[in-house]
Design a binder for this molecule. Sequence first.
Ligand code: ZN
Length: 405
Amino acid sequence: MLKKLLFAILISIPFIVSAQENALPSIPMREHIVYYEKFYRIRNELSKQQVISNAMQWFKGAFPGQPAPILNKNEQSAAVNGTGIFKVNTTAGNYYWLRFKVSMIPGDGILTFRIYNVYEKPIEKGITNEFSKIEYRWWDYRNGYPWSADDKPLFNGLDSGVNALSISLEKKIGKLQPPRFRALALYSTNVEADHVDFAYDAIKFYNKLAVEKGFVIDTTSNWEKLNDDNLKNYQLVIWLNEFPHNEAERRSFEKFMSNGGAWLGFHVSGYNDKDTHWPWFVDFMGGAVFYNNNWPPLPAKMIVDDNKHPVTKDLPKTYTAPINEWYGWKPNPRDNKDVKILVTLAPSNYPLGKKDVIRDGDIPVVWTNTKYKMLYMNMGHGDMNLTSALQNRMFEDAILWLCKK
Ligand code: ZN
């Protein structure tokens, strides 16, 4: 029975050995794990239901004998998840089983295909092996310490196997296409608890949007990732609850922005005062320097300055934003001719706060310095910011606007 089953798997996935004998196999990683992510433009005639059923059909054909794919119902979208396996021949008659998670998530005209949690099991004469995480072996291989001569053909086999799989899925779904853009979201965990809450909420929110719209978002709390080499991979940088404190990171960010990169900053990431010592950033913010705030955090009425701008087109003329700590600025970025203000704190909120009270003043909340591809939003304190469906549209529109080609 087992023999039959293995044979079926074998013929379903032809193994292709890479011709580039000396090249380091390019295995994509995310958050330290091997992680393949590909995007398909769904053929127009396919309904979401058909996409799901085609994906399940493909799965059964690609991995006969594997546990059936699981249809997951989350909030609105359904996803097909399952466990896949294929065989890789290496050297001296050895071979390996590679087992991994497969997930296919239909979004807004886009299907996201992922392969991750990869395990390898060597089949060698006279030795019993179990499945183990491929990252153990990949880590050593990348650092120049292969476990055996099998490593290179194994990793090449993984890569070409995944490519063969993803190409075979095209027939069922539509053409493979590159991600719309790649975003890097940076945050810190050792900051105010309310700012950490926001970062986690925003990561969840943008991960979901990434699947719907077909872009990649990498998230990290390691600010050293703000370096020239790494930033080459991204069109958009998001600061969720912090700004860089060291010179090297600041210089890399300045270079990224001057070369046409995009930035979205929330709340405290735009904070600066006399101790920040980063004049470039003050200029980038349109001259805005932190002046005052309300406390405790409160909901507040917003005035939308421009309902035609792509970032605010889905908002009404006024709306009530969920609980946030609101910042006032002096100088006021509105005084800068290069700044376009999109949302303003309504004066009808005043006096706003109890311990710290905002009593008056023109306080912009969302703006862009038109000299850069940037957008600042003062929202980002606490766990209520993403609870307004209305305001969430602005959070979506913001990054789609920043990354529009
Ligand atoms: Zn705050």
